[in-house]
Design a protein around this ligand. Structure first.
Ligand SMILES: Nc1ncnc2c1ncn2[C@@H]1O[C@H](COP(=O)(O)OP(=O)(O)OP(=O)(O)O)[C@@H](O)[C@H]1O
Ligand SMILES: Nc1ncnc2c1ncn2[C@@H]1O[C@H](COP(=O)(O)OP(=O)(O)OP(=O)(O)O)[C@@H](O)[C@H]1O
Ligand SMILES: [Mg+2]
Ligand SMILES: [Mg+2]
Lengths: 256, 256
């Protein structure tokens, strides 16, 4: 039975999509069965896994509005054991179209209930907001993984995100836990980066993964080839970091 | 009479807030009267101009829902000639609260109509989405300035943004023009950055500002001091770039 994890942070550009794709591929390379769900209207997880936006017919929009079943949306990837539920263009209108739908916050949870048994992990890439799409992801999830860019504005937004998680746990999904915070795009030579990481570890202790993701040019290049870093350049610092994150996540799960 | 410009791109983390704050401060340093409107629930433009989130009472949320007038929200900054309409926490709920409001897309336009005569420029910082807050900004604006991060995913999203601008021009604001695209966080030594800039200039020609904003550590540091770069470190590459952008914008306005 899969554990569902939402990759979320309303701050933009902090590495949500990059973490979703590369953690998923690293877990698949470790023999796990993984499903990526693209819940961001931008569709970056979809194109980063090799499917240009123009090639997508049915997508997560259709699943949320109950217009078709999961089998007709599910796509394989070049990586064995890694599948994706792609985003289609209609997703831009999902939040308004869902406003009058019954149980609008539980739509994704219902969809994923039909496929959880086929995977070990389901990773949901969220848009940079705390609207109805992100709420759907939090209600459907067991845990929330929060990429934290090593920058000033990123720390500012963390409080709002934690409040939202607590609110969802209280009213809609009592099992929702924090999977952890992962520091991204960090540069060990930069004071500000070191300061953000230090502050996060002081405030959240073990709530922050030991693994940090360094800023690495190859991570920025991989999406233009439609490949995760573990396929594009498996010896890069970026690939090593995401393998380490996958191993740490697996160790925490089977922990003491 | 002020020209209103929305700083918008639904892709997250591309430099919208950094461009809003620093272009505004550079214009003010050139003797222009400037108003920054923070329409992003994250409130980064507000804190980047020196007002911590916790200090904000009434904000743009109250203006959109017609709960008070502009005078009771308007704040000065350390920079002469630069004022700000701050974001308050309630803004997180604005898009849902506006759904049933009459003329919901024109709320900001109505608000700014009462202050335009006091400024030369009004810059509206938008959230990373194409929802009702961004639509309000586009309906209220004369032009749209689009920060384009020199990265692969950023190019992908540009088409959707241009389609949205065209749709708003057709149905809600016939005067809406493209102010231009400004390439941000670029590194001349990086192939991907050069490639994104080359593609943008090929596709959009003069629609792309000559000025590019380099990746510059000081730009990332300035917000933690609550100051625009032109105050925090006026001799930095970041400050020079935003002065150059301000000068280019002014030259285009009074152009041939
Ligand atoms: N560790 C890294 N090193 C270098 N570049 C990175 C790294 N992580 C992400 N990037 C690049 O930074 C940009 C932002 O990352 P990404 O798109 O994953 O963030 P996001 O949080 O998903 O953004 P959004 O809020 O728009 O969904 C992308 O262009 C990506 O390729
Ligand atoms: N030219 C630059 N050089 C270095 N750092 C930069 C530059 N421009 C922006 N930054 C930093 O990159 C991060 C993203 O920039 P910013 O917050 O302005 O983007 P945004 O588009 O407003 O993000 P959001 O989509 O969350 O609103 C911030 O931490 C900012 O300090
Ligand atoms: Mg993303
Ligand atoms: Mg911003």
């Amino acid at each position: 039975m899969a554990r569902v994890v939402a990759i979320s942070n309303q701050k933009g550009g902090v590495g949500k999509t990059t973490t979703t794709i590369n953690l998923a591929a690293a877990l698949a390379a470790r023999g796990q069965r993984v499903l990526v769900v693209d819940l961001d209207p931008q569709g970056n997880a979809t194109s980063g896994l090799g499917y240009p936006r123009t090639e997508i017919g049915r997508g997560t929009y259709d699943l949320l509005l109950d217009l078709c079943d999961v089998e007709s949306v599910l796509l394989p990837t070049e990586h064995d054991g890694l599948h994706v539920l792609p985003a289609n263009r209609d997703l831009v209108g999902a939040e308004l179209d869902l406003v009058d739908v019954d149980q609008r916050e539980r739509r994704l949870r219902k969809v994923l209930g039909t496929v959880r048994e086929h995977y070990d992990h389901i990773l949901v890439d969220c848009p940079p907001s705390l609207g109805l799409l992100t709420i759907n992801a939090l209600v459907a999830s067991d845990g929330v993984l929060m990429p934290l860019q090593a920058e000033y504005y990123a720390m500012e937004g963390l409080g709002e995100l934690l409040r939202t998680i607590a609110a969802v746990r209280k009213s809609l999904n009592p099992d929702l836990q924090r999977e952890g915070i992962v520091v991204t795009m960090t540069d060990a030579r930069n004071n500000l980066c070191r300061e953000v990481e230090r502050q996060a570890r002081t405030l959240f202790g073990d709530g922050v993964f030991q693994t940090v993701i360094p800023r690495n040019v190859r991570l920025g290049e991989a999406p233009s080839h439609g490949k995760p870093i573990v396929q594009y350049d498996p010896r890069s610092m970026g690939a090593k970091a995401y393998f380490s994150l996958a191993d740490e996540l697996l160790a925490r799960r089977s922990g003491p």
